[in-house]
Ligand binder design. Structure first.
Ligand code: IMP
Length: 207
């Protein structure tokens, strides 16, 4: 089998997202070694189901949906903020913790109010990536441990960034540059594992 690094036989992978920010982040890490397609690129406008109760289940549901319907090798990710004092909430419900409008401000306000009188602020972001190649699945996990701040700090990023501080920093995620955040973030770590795997199977010439 040809290597995907050969210029005439690039491996083609669909990333089950239309989030341009995530797409750019992964393209940057992969370089030119694979042809990365978005849902737009394969003309997929479906509302891809995410009905599982775990990050692992949701990531797999998305990647298999694309593989089964479009016959393309692909990967999908799912992320959650897990707060120890809230028994792992918001977890798989992170995007819509405060309601279906998916408001980051309301989600953060809800977390801050639930933790108002709680000392234990330990939390982590966890990303799971499900990669499906020729019908077989492998998953990669990325975790960043940290804590929930007492109030919002910073303006960059998205989601819960203003109230999360990683253990290896004294800035909230929303006070860091995107580059610095990516170096330690859950998604950055999961993506790096995916990239390492793709490079390794390319070297083994198993695809
Ligand atoms: P998704 O699975 O990447 O769509 O993430 C689900 C939800 O988790 C998002 O809507 C955000 O609320 C939250 N989230 C995911 N990644 C981050 C991050 O890097 N910073 C802050 N919040 C995030």
């Amino acid at each position: 089998m040809p290597k995907f690094t050969d210029c005439f036989s690039l491996m083609r992978l669909v990333f089950a997202t239309n989030n341009l920010h995530k797409l750019q982040e992964i393209k940057h890490l992969l370089g030119d070694s694979i042809e990365l397609l978005s849902l737009n690129d394969i003309n997929c406008t479906d509302d891809i189901p995410e009905n599982q109760e775990t990050l692992e289940g949701n990531a797999a549901e998305k990647s298999f949906y694309i593989y089964n319907k479009f016959g393309q090798n692909c990967f999908a990710d799912d992320t959650g903020l897990e707060i120890d004092a809230l028994n792992g909430e918001p977890g798989v419900y992170s995007a819509r913790y405060a309601g279906e409008e998916r408001s980051a401000e309301l989600n953060m306000d809800l977390v801050l109010s639930k933790l108002a009188k709680i000392k234990n602020r330990k939390a982590r972001f966890r990303t799971v990536i499900s990669l499906v190649i020729d019908g077989g699945e492998i998953q990669f996990e990325g975790i960043v441990e940290g804590r929930i701040l007492k109030e919002k700090r910073g303006v960059t990023g998205f989601g819960y960034d203003p109230i999360f501080m990683a253990d290896e920093s004294n800035l909230s995620f929303a006070e860091m540059t995107m580059n610095d955040k990516n170096k330690i973030s859950h998604r950055g770590r999961a993506i790096q594992k995916l990239v390492d795997y793709l490079i390794q199977i390319d070297g083994d010439e198993t695809i």
